[in-house]
Write a protein that binds this ligand. Sequence first.
Ligand code: HEC
Ligand code: HEC
Length: 326
Amino acid sequence: MKLALKLLALLLVSVVMMSCRGQKSEDPPIRLHFNMNFQERFNAQQENPFFEDGMAMRMPVEGTIARGNLQHDTVLFAGLDDTGEFVNEIPFELTREFLNRGRERYDVFCQMCHGGTGDGQGIIMTGGYGYVPAPTFHSDNSRNMPDGEIYDAIANGIRNMPGYATQINVEDRWAIVAYVRALQASQNVRETEMERYEVDLAELRNLYEEEQLRLEALAAARAAGAGEEVSVERGERLYIQNACQACHSLDGRDGVGPTFLGLYGSERQFTDGTSAIADEEYLIESIVEPGARITVGYDNVMVPYTHLSESELKSLVEFIRSLADE
Ligand code: HEC
Ligand code: HEC
């Protein structure tokens, strides 16, 4: 009898316990200990009247530096020396491994614009997608840039080129600088020095001439397909397609380059002390050979647009003429 009672009690308890399983309840769960489950808090972007500016999200106290973000070494992090000038050295040992890392990162992040050899002929530039042309690294301008300035261009961007700080870490930026230097050295060797290397100079010359012929043929084919029309409308399209607008405004605003508003027929002053009237001849020269005469107040950073046909150049001139002062 006693055993039967015990068994019955056991059965009852297990039925009661089992009946709890799998059932939903609208009531809040019973909490014996609250931990920090309930407390005042704010969502991102929410208002908080406690602060004068009414914002719940607060800026860090001025001068706060997150762990690991103390960038006191300006040479390493900014490419600048104590006086704020760009440094002319790479703060890493130039090992083969370091250079290879630079090459690998360069091919990922720079090559599509600046080209595999640094000649500015990357696939984005030669496809006619209307991007601001990337300069070659084989100009005196680029060769004379201090290492720190190239580092800075990678970290913070330069003129129309965006910065890559979020994608390329500090060490890799310097590795890329080292590789750009290697590219520059590789394309700027005197013929007399070439004898030290095991290269066939005659063959190199042939390759170079073949490449020039190929480029000329490409330009000729483009010019032939482009049509002969000369008009303001075509000039305006070319202005956009060739990304001139990235540096030249149409409304008088100053940019990387001078505005086109009122340019035609105006007197231009050059850094060599000479001056000229902006007529058709001058404008065409400025487009195909921008380094020939540099307008006072601007840097020599415009890339020569040598691929434009005659009718394209004339259309651009017509477009600029349409913006002349009355
Ligand atoms: C999307 C195309 C693009 C990519 C990718 C790119 N650049 Fe550039 N770069 C440009 C353009 C365009 C300019 C010229 C900007 C101007 O003059 O307004 C430029 C200018 C520069 C200059 C200044 C050169 C001079 O002579 O004034 C340096 C240095 C440079 N880039 C380095 C790099 C490096 C290193 C990388 C890779 C980390 C890189 N760029 C990636 C398009 C690019
Ligand atoms: C990366 C910026 C940039 C781009 C892109 C650019 N230019 Fe320029 N351009 C300049 C700068 C800077 C100058 C002034 C320095 C100089 O004289 O070379 C200039 C000068 C000129 C001048 C002479 C203006 C003067 O003050 O006498 C003309 C004309 C001109 N550009 C036309 C063009 C045309 C057309 C395009 C597009 C096919 C173009 N530029 C694309 C930067 C640029």
